[in-house]
Design a protein. Structure first.
Length: 332
């Protein structure tokens, strides 16, 4: 009996050694050990949210900070594609469906990077022209800065009674660590080809000339924002837009009075207006979703699937690039 127990204990030890060896090999060859608790990203599927009939209106979310950064869970596993990628994918699917009669942008965003905001606006605008359909924007909590920029692609902008919008402007942050470096006794020696090659370095302050260069870039991007509003909000002239575009946020009523939006309405009221505006007897509101992202009604948001990654923890707010990001973003 003692011999049998000894043999069993030896076998258990060998089993654990084998398991640990396999884990070490996996880590060595792949650089990480990851357990995925959700299915891999699949193709978009159509789901009816409300209504009936052949004529469809596609509901597309512009939700969260606007960028093309892949969506990942807190522990680092990818849960979705970048926003720009997703928008292009949805628009392509909608464009190939002859039953799609309009697009609703459901916006809940403080804005984001200048380039991603501009690309999404461009993609929606050109989609609207190619398919010759109307686009409507419905603001939930917030459509600030880049969120409002994207809304310019819409033929009509609705906001909820408690929504906030505006924050028309550009912001870029440059970190200055020179004081900290002095305290810890660390210095950086830079060899450069031109006077301003490192003017956005976090290890020194801007000179007066460099501050002017930085400001001119900001001003140029701001004027592009103003011009985009001027092109789409025919109710406003450029002088009026310039006065409104000082970065402040507006309540629903303030935005309506300033002609920045067209109507204050709840989502279901906007849906009723759209059906009448399109002169449709019946209308189906549909969304395109992936497995695990089903939405049961017009206010639902997709759940974030759980995942575990033992090698990489991503808190989703650390910039991917070391330099400053020029942002159409509300940063209260």
């Amino acid at each position: 009996m003692n011999g049998s127990n000894s043999y069993l204990e030896s076998f258990k030890r060998l089993s654990w050694v084998g398991v640990l060896s396999v884990m070490i090999l996996v880590i060595g060859f792949s650089g990480c050990l990851s357990i995925q608790l959700s299915p891999k990203l699949g193709s978009l599927k159509e789901k009816t949210i409300s209504g009936k009939g052949h004529d469809k209106v596609v509901l597309m979310d512009i939700n969260g900070v606007i960028s093309n950064k892949k969506q990942v869970s807190t522990l680092g596993t990818q849960t979705g594609v970048g926003m720009v990628d997703r928008v292009r994918e949805i628009l392509k699917k909608a464009e190939n469906d002859n039953d799609v009669k309009a697009l609703i942008l459901r916006i809940n965003s403080p804005g984001g990077t200048v380039t991603s905001s501009d690309i999404i606006y461009h993609e929606i605008s050109t989609f609207k022209e190619r398919k010759n359909i109307k686009v409507y924007a419905v603001v939930m909590d917030l459509a600030a800065s880049g969120g409002y920029y994207v809304a310019q692609a819409a033929d009509r902008i609705f906001v909820h009674p408690t929504s906030l919008t505006g924050s028309i402007g550009v912001i870029a942050l440059k970190m200055n660590l020179s004081g900290l470096m002095d305290k810890v006794g660390v210095d950086f020696e830079v060899v450069k080809s031109g006077e301003h090659k490192d003017f956005l370095s976090p290890f020194r302050s801007l000179t007066d000339d460099e501050h002017l260069i930085f400001q001119k870039t900001i001003d140029s991007l701001h004027q592009r924002f103003v011009s985009t509003i001027e092109d789409n909000r025919k109710q406003l002239n450029r002088d009026e837009i310039e006065k409104l575009a000082d970065g402040r946020i507006y309540t629903s009523q303030q935005a309506l009075d300033a002609k920045l939006i067209d109507q204050i309405a709840y989502m279901d009221e906007a849906e009723e207006f759209i059906q009448k505006d399109l002169r449709l007897d019946e209308m189906r509101l549909v969304i395109y979703h992936r497995a695990g992202q089903y939405k049961s009604n017009i206010y639902s948001s997709p759940p974030v699937p759980p995942s575990i990654n033992f090698n990489f923890v991503n808190l989703n707010f650390i910039p991917e690039t070391p330099g400053p990001n020029f942002m159409y973003l509300w940063m209260p």
